[in-house]
Write a protein that binds this ligand. Structure first.
Ligand SMILES: Nc1ncnc2c1ncn2[C@@H]1O[C@H](COP(=O)(O)OP(=O)(O)OP(=O)(O)O)[C@@H](O)[C@H]1O
Length: 631
């Protein structure tokens, strides 16, 4: 087969332009990226050989080799890992396959919107994988042969627009050799000492040996310790090594917020090296809720996509778990039902919660930043993991009507008013809009704290949990949120005055019920309003209004429940309407009050964030009312 010429995916071309032209000071990371890929390729081969032992039979141990060639001005990085065939080369080295690179492109768009630059820093932040070769090379050749294949392939590119792929006779027996033809100004990467320093700084944690072939020396020299990092004693691992390991396994480039390293021996023996990122991973809220902790069995990588390993609400965790008590040839199906894994899952979950509790207690500010990023995910555990519900409730933090920071349920309980027998909450799309909700007015007047919940998951767990620290959770947008038993700030006579309704109020209620009869479930005097005239609430047994809207938006529901319209007897509009009804004696109240009734209902709908069934009518009524007012 002759040489094929192919074009890069448009995004790759853009990426390469940035990478090749980048005046990035940290170009040495290209070596980290290529070693990281080579190590993954060795992991994948080791795994494939579990079921196809012929793939590695009789071959050299897995290793990575770095070979600077001053005469040719080139640097070779080879591995005897899984290798790539024709289609792998085209798919992997011509498109954006990698999550880190996709994040880089997304970050680029963002940076462009914000200040038109910043691309250079982003390279370091996200890493651009294989493509980072073009920071130091003006021509890159990849020769590869996939394990088990007879034919090898050669991929070549100058990083400008396209690449070629052709059959190759000189490709390695198995695995991949990448040859970087270094740019004139990048020849420092031929210096063995420089290469050694880079490998030690970024790749010491790599479990496959990394050899350096030095000019004039017979035997290559091993640069890393080549033992799995998690098997080494904690005291011998530096923070930098942990960080680099995190970057490598998680394909992430932030600093981990927390690290957990444990070795368990006993009935079950396993080790774990887990990290909580400081930045949210891109797929955090994808519907698949994929977890990413890698499962190893006796140092052999098995899978990074195994739902049985950890509960979905801990899917922000990165890192590895290495188990001694599973057979190496365990199948995917067996993994799903393995009692060993389910035990490990239970005890690792417990460890993670222990560590979070400790952080929450000892470093509350830092814990708040974790909560801000991942709280919305952890809360899924409140309805999924009954066994740990109490602990998760303890770990949960909330925004509330008291102050701007995060608060715990225990703190909210300690601040409760005399006579308060429930936690009150309101759910909605954002904390800022929730703060303006009319339904909060009565609570504010009595200084009763209300939790402001704006994560979609809140709707689900509050229903499932029902009770916290011995008290029910009650929505302030529902009937049954009874404020009268709570000791307020008001004085006795004020309270009396408040309960006294204006003349004609009962007749107004009757009139509103009659006029709006099919549009609402009921019309009532409100206890929760102070300055607004009206609001909508859900009946005690009905679905919460925000939840219903959420389900409708996601096409999970097409019903629209009727709501209760609450009216504020102290509001001037209501007082006047009541007076009008009283003087016109009920039925004769007339068209103006009828129009006002519909306007009030639409106003309550707008405040609630509901859409209006007939916006044109609303606009006409409002204009008429304004015209009358201005006349
Ligand atoms: N040395 C190698 N051996 C085998 N396959 C490789 C090698 N280097 C790269 N690849 C393949 O090319 C793909 C793209 O590499 P790139 O560095 O751009 O991303 P990556 O680091 O592997 O990221 P991710 O693991 O998220 O896909 C890899 O996913 C892998 O399939």
């Amino acid at each position: 087969m002759s040489e094929e010429k192919l074009a890069f995916q448009a995004e790759v071309s853009r990426l390469l332009e940035i990478v090749a032209g980048a005046l990035y000071s940290n170009k040495e990371i290209f070596l980290r990226e290529l070693i990281s890929n080579a190590s993954d390729a060795c992991d994948r081969l080791r795994y494939a050989a579990l079921t196809q032992p012929e793939l590695t039979a009789g071959s050299d141990p897995l290793a990575i080799e770095i070979h600077p060639d001053s005469a040719a001005g080139s640097l070779k990085i080879s591995d005897n890992g899984i290798g790539m065939n024709h289609d792998d080369l085209v798919a992997n080295l011509g498109t954006i396959a990698r999550s880190g690179t996709a994040a880089f492109m997304a970050g680029l768009e963002q940076a462009k919107k914000e200040n038109g630059q910043g691309a250079v820093n982003l390279i370091g932040q996200f890493g651009v994988g294989f493509y980072s070769s073009f920071m130091v090379a003006d021509r890159v050749v990849v020769e590869s042969r996939k394990a088990g294949d007879a034919q090898g392939w050669r991929w070549e590119s100058d990083g400008k627009g396209g690449f070629t792929v052709a059959e190759s006779d000189v490709s390695p027996e198995r695995g991949t050799t990448i040859t970087l033809h270094l740019k004139d100004e990048e020849k420092e990467y031929l210096d063995p000492l420089r290469l050694e320093r880079i490998v030690r700084a970024y790749s010491d944690h790599i479990a496959v040996p990394i050899h350096l072939r030095e000019p004039g020396k017979e035997e290559p020299r091993q640069l890393n310790s080549a033992s799995a990092l998690w098997t080494r004693p904690k005291s011998e691992i530096t923070d930098d090594q942990y960080r680099e390991f995190y970057h490598h396994t998680a394909h992430a480039f932030d600093d981990p917020w927390m690290k957990l390293h444990f070795q368990v021996e006993g009935l079950l023996s396993y080790a774990g090296l887990l990290f909580i990122p400081s930045q949210p991973p891109m797929d955090l809220f994808h519907p698949e809720r994929r977890q990413h902790v890698k499962l190893y069995v006796k140092r052999v990588f098995i899978t990074d996509d195994n739902e049985a390993l950890l509960p979905p609400y801990l899917r922000f965790l990165r890192g590895i778990i290495d188990c001694e008590d599973l057979p190496l040839n365990i199948s995917r199906e067996m993994l799903q039902h393995s009692p060993v894994l389910s035990k490990i899952r239970g005890s690792v979950t417990k460890r993670v919660l222990d560590a979070l509790e400790e952080k929450a207690e000892k470093e509350p500010d830092s814990y708040s930043s974790f909560w801000e990023t991942f709280g919305g995910v952890l809360k899924e555990g409140l309805y999924e993991d009954h066994a740990n519900r109490e602990r998760l409730l303890n770990l949960a933090r909330f925004r509330s009507t008291q102050g701007d920071g995060w608060t715990s349920l225990a703190e909210v309980k300690a601040r409760m008013k005399e006579g308060q027998k429930a936690f009150y909450f309101i759910t909605g799309d954002s904390v800022e809009t929730l703060r303006q909700s009319p339904q909060l007015e009565g609570f504010a007047a009595k200084d009763v704290e209300v939790l402001l919940m704006a994560d979609p998951v809140d709707e689900f767990w509050v229903t499932a949990v029902g009770e916290v620290l011995g008290l029910p959770l009650k929505s302030v947008t529902r009937g049954g949120a009874d404020l009268s038993g709570i000791a307020g700030e008001e004085k006795e006579n004020e309270a009396d005055e408040k309960s006294a309704t204006p003349e004609g109020f009962d007749a107004l209620l009757a009139f509103l019920k009659l006029t709006l009869k099919d549009a609402v479930k009921d019309v009532r005097a409100s206890e929760r309003l102070e300055s607004s005239a009206v609001c909508l609430v859900a009946d005690e047994g009905d679905m919460d209004m925000h939840l219903e809207r959420l389900l409708r938006q996601h096409k999970q529901l097409d019903q629209v429940s009727k709501r209760i319209l609450e009216i504020n007897a102290k509001h001037p509009v209501i007082e006047r309407l009541a007076a009008r009804v009283a003087s016109d004696s009920g039925e004769g109240a007339g068209a103006a009050v009828e129009e006002a009734a519909w306007l009030l209902l639409d106003q309550a709908r707008i405040l609630e964030g509901e859409s209006l069934p007939d916006p044109a009518k609303f606009a006409r009524r409002l204009s008429d009312a304004l015209a009358r007012g201005l006349a």
